[in-house]
Design a protein around this ligand. Structure first.
Ligand SMILES: [Zn+2]
Length: 443
């Protein structure tokens, strides 16, 4: 019985791989300005150490409790929330990032021929999300391994061969050294996954499948970590602080609110308060959540993300008018963050007043120009265009939102409609053509 289902599972994986990137993504990407900024800051010294241009690696946060990190479609790095939750020290996650950047720099994606060359913007992100869904593997991947179908998975683009793993490790160790980061963190991560091949089906972390561990790998990294033991490494309190915040925030948003509140009942430090504020909001206990957010803001006046959180709590508890000034302050404190602008636009639309609608359209357009992968902003942008009477652009924003959520048929349908409504050759019309590449793929 098990054997049969495992074979079936292996076929499903093969089917999924063949169908990529048409398969609708079975997982969601988390968009959060603060968490993304922190991860970008952690990756930056490693990207630089790899001799790559700053900002050339795009980071995506996958909402999944499974432990995994992988690269897809070129320089796109996906990190599971489960991994961020598991790794308490920034040096550990930076070890993983260094290894992934090693795969990017080594061009290990090239042989995984996926035709995404024609895709741009939301269509590209949808395809990447489809790849991410396949890489998440889930129970099928575990079953395939148990039945000795390892090779099926290894042949796919989801896992690397030994040579690639070794070269990504070598590169990672060089980047960590150049960036002044202790390789001990990376060793700790690999020790966490060591020996997983003897685990039962459901207990294998996808990371161990996509990055097969070998004795040689462990020996090399153990040796480097031992060599580094005598050296002193510069602790970066800024990175440690922001990583702690990212973890507290994710915990607040992803764990059960009751559990979070119980866990931190006795603690009143900033990180505990952050997790509890989010948990109170989700409970929902809006009055307590606002009080708690005020305490965070008092600890760090002008912090854009604490202002954003209070704005979100107010807006989502039906107090959009009070949320608007909070979002304005957040945008003023971090004008380079499109997700904060999108929040301001959302709160403004909720006022349902012509002047606020006009301002919402302006800030949402700015947000969209800086960030083409935010489905919530696209939904709001469609509303703003529609209220302004611009049906063509509203339809385009809807097409882009469907593309992002993997609904290719709906995306193509709306992109055709938008093409017909928008002037031929205009920027909006061209963006509609970017979505139409999805039409060539099956659903
Ligand atoms: Zn690897």
């Amino acid at each position: 019985m098990r054997k049969l289902s495992a074979r079936l599972a292996a076929m499903l994986i093969a089917g999924l791989v063949a169908a990529l990137p048409a398969a609708a993504p079975a997982l969601s990407l988390i968009r959060d300005a603060e968490t993304e900024r922190t991860l970008r800051q952690m990756a930056a010294p490693l990207v630089k150490a790899a001799g790559m241009r700053a900002g050339s690696v795009d980071l995506y946060i996958v909402r999944s409790s499974q432990l995994n990190a992988f690269v897809a479609g070129g320089a796109n790095m996906f990190l599971h929330t489960g991994l961020i939750d598991e790794l308490e020290e920034p040096g550990q996650l930076m070890g993983v990032m260094a290894h992934e950047i090693g795969h990017i720099a080594g061009g290990h994606q090239v042989r995984r021929a996926i035709n995404i060359r024609n895709a741009q913007g939301p269509a590209l992100i949808a395809m990447l999300a489809g790849i991410a869904a396949a890489a998440a593997g889930g129970p099928q991947a575990g079953a395939a391994i148990s039945a000795g179908a390892t090779q099926a998975l290894e042949r796919s683009f989801l896992s690397y061969n030994r040579g690639e793993e070794a070269s990504a490790d070598q590169a990672a160790l060089a980047y960590l050294e150049r960036a002044g980061i202790d390789p001990a963190g990376f060793l700790e991560v690999l020790e966490r996954f060591r020996g997983q091949e003897v685990f039962t089906v459901g207990n294998i972390d996808p990371y161990a499948l996509t990055h097969p561990l070998s004795t040689q790998r462990m020996q090399l990294i153990e040796q480097k970590a031992a060599e580094a033991r005598g050296r002193s490494f510069r602790e970066d309190p800024e990175i440690a602080y922001w990583y702690g915040r990212a973890r507290a925030k994710l915990e607040g948003f992803l764990d059960s609110p009751r559990r979070v509140l119980n866990r931190y009942e006795e603690r009143d430090d900033e990180l505990a308060l952050y997790a509890k504020t989010v948990a109170l909001h989700r409970l929902p206990a809006p009055r307590e959540a606002v009080e708690s957010a005020d305490r965070l803001i008092a600890m760090r006046p002008g912090d854009p993300f604490y202002l954003e959180l209070k704005g979100q709590i107010l807006h989502e508890s039906g107090r959009a008018r009070e949320a608007v000034p909070l979002y304005r302050a957040a945008v003023a404190a971090a004008p380079e963050e499109p997700l904060l602008k999108a929040g301001l636009g959302r709160a403004l639309l909720a006022l349902e007043e012509p002047a606020a609608d006009a301002e919402a359209l302006r800030v949402l357009k700015e947000a969209r120009d800086r960030d083409r992968g935010d489905p919530a902003a696209l939904r709001d942008l469609a509303v703003a265009y529609s209220r302004a009477g611009d049906t063509g652009m509203a339809t385009l924003a809807t097409a882009e939102r469907f593309a992002l959520s993997g609904r290719s048929k709906d995306a193509v349908l709306h992109a055709r409609r938008a093409s017909a409504l928008l002037p031929n050759g205009s920027p909006g019309w061209l963006r509609a053509q970017d979505i139409l590449v999805l039409d060539k793929r099956d659903d």
